[in-house]
Design a protein around this ligand. Structure first.
Ligand code: SAH
Ligand code: SF4
Length: 348
């Protein structure tokens, strides 16, 4: 039997585990604190009995990620990481500095099976889900590498978090635990391509996170051409689910809209978008599309992007163009991993 992924366990689960070793309840909190302080070795837990540490070493492992590549922007200090996982797979993370602190963009899967046409992460499909501990470790590794504390997290790296639902929810519970990293749910965004079944389930948890929905198109015709997921849950179904989610959580929803030249950037698209989003308390995040080696999409020129934004604003919507960070290390999410895999000679 494989070892237990102890960093993915909640305090009550640790209590149960430790009671099996005849340990008092308070040890679970102590152990949780150690695990979430970023230690990678049971021997570092110096206030835990030696015998217990030995037993844990035998039966459990502490998940970690190691830095395989680190690219730092000379413009704004943004750091892009390629992390290596314990099974040799690679994932990407980005560390960004804002006025209010540091934000980490984490991956939730190795690869992705949603297959959006403009995205590098999904080109070879899904390899595997990340564990909650591997999600946490991406933040811990960035903190360790830069000697900083991270205050905000966006689940917007590789993968579809709602296609790895249970692990993503557990990650949210663990990362916000005040005995651990204590990053408030209000400081966390989860981005989905529009997995409606997941949005419905997530509403039941009523987390005060920000839900980001990658809409990218105002109608089914355009969205079908960009995102396979739209054939399962179309724009109407998705927006209905967003409204229902908002009724429960009362949180503003953020809609991502990647502007691609000649695809979804017309004035008509802006007007239709404004009409569709009527009645949803939201913010629209316009993202100039990142060119990906494997496709031919281009971003519109600056004036067109601003005109699109102005059109939305004049129709009463709250829209901004995403600030470009790390323009000089620009590699859209999924591309670093693809390059690493090319070098390794593997095709997933
Ligand atoms: N799977 C989730 C979260 C990860 S993708 C989702 O799709 O929402 C994070 C964001 O990056 C999404 O909004 C996605 O549509 C966007 N994205 C992916 N490839 C892009 C590209 N080449 N240019 C601009 N945005 C892109
Ligand atoms: Fe997956 Fe998101 Fe990329 Fe689509 S945009 S393939 S859902 S990671």
């Amino acid at each position: 039997m494989g070892k237990t992924d102890i960093k993915s366990m909640t305090v009550p689960e640790l209590e149960e585990l430790l009671s099996g070793y005849g340990q008092p309840r308070f040890r679970a909190g102590q152990l949780f604190k150690w695990l979430h302080s970023g230690v990678t070795d049971f021997d570092a837990m110096t206030d835990m009995p030696l015998k217990l540490r030995e037993a844990l070493k035998e039966n459990c492992y502490i998940a970690d990620v190691t830095v395989a590549r680190r690219l730092q922007s000379e413009i704004d200090g943004t750091v892009k990481y390629l992390y290596r996982l314990s099974d040799g797979e690679y994932i990407e993370s980005v560390l960004m500095k804002y006025e209010h602190g540091y934000t980490v963009c984490i991956s939730t899967q190795v690869g992705c099976r949603m297959g959006c046409s403009f995205c590098a992460s999904g080109i070879n499909g899904l390899c595997r889900n990340l564990t909650p501990s591997e999600m946490l470790s991406q933040i811990m590794a960035a903190e360790r590498d830069n000697n900083i504390r991270v205050s905000n997290v966006v689940m917007m790296g590789m993968g579809e978090p709602l296609d790895n639902f249970d692990n993503s929810v557990r990650f949210l519970q663990l990362v916000s635990d005040d005995k651990g990293m204590n990053i408030g749910l209000r400081h966390i965004s989860l981005s989905t391509s529009g997995v409606v079944s997941g949005i419905e389930k997530l509403a039941e948890y009523n987390f005060p996170i920000t839900l980001s929905v990658s809409l990218h198109a105002p109608n089914d015709e355009i969205r079908n051409s960009m995102m396979k997921v739209n054939r399962k849950w179309n724009v109407d179904t998705l927006l209905k689910a967003c409204k229902a989610y908002q009724r429960v959580t009362t949180r503003r929803i953020s809609f991502e809209y990647a502007l691609i030249e000649g695809v979804n950037d017309s004035e008509a698209c802006a007007k239709e978008l404004a009409k569709r989003l009527k009645g949803i308390m939201c913010h629209i995040n316009l993202i100039p599309a990142n060119p990906v080696k494997e496709n031919s999409f281009k971003k519109p020129d600056k004036n067109k992007i601003l005109a699109f934004k102005q059109q939305l604003v004049s129709l009463g919507l709250n829209a901004t163009v995403r600030r470009t960070l790390g323009a000089d290390i620009d590699a859209s999410c999924g591309q670093l991993r693809r390059r690493a895999k090319e070098v390794d000679g593997s095709d997933n």
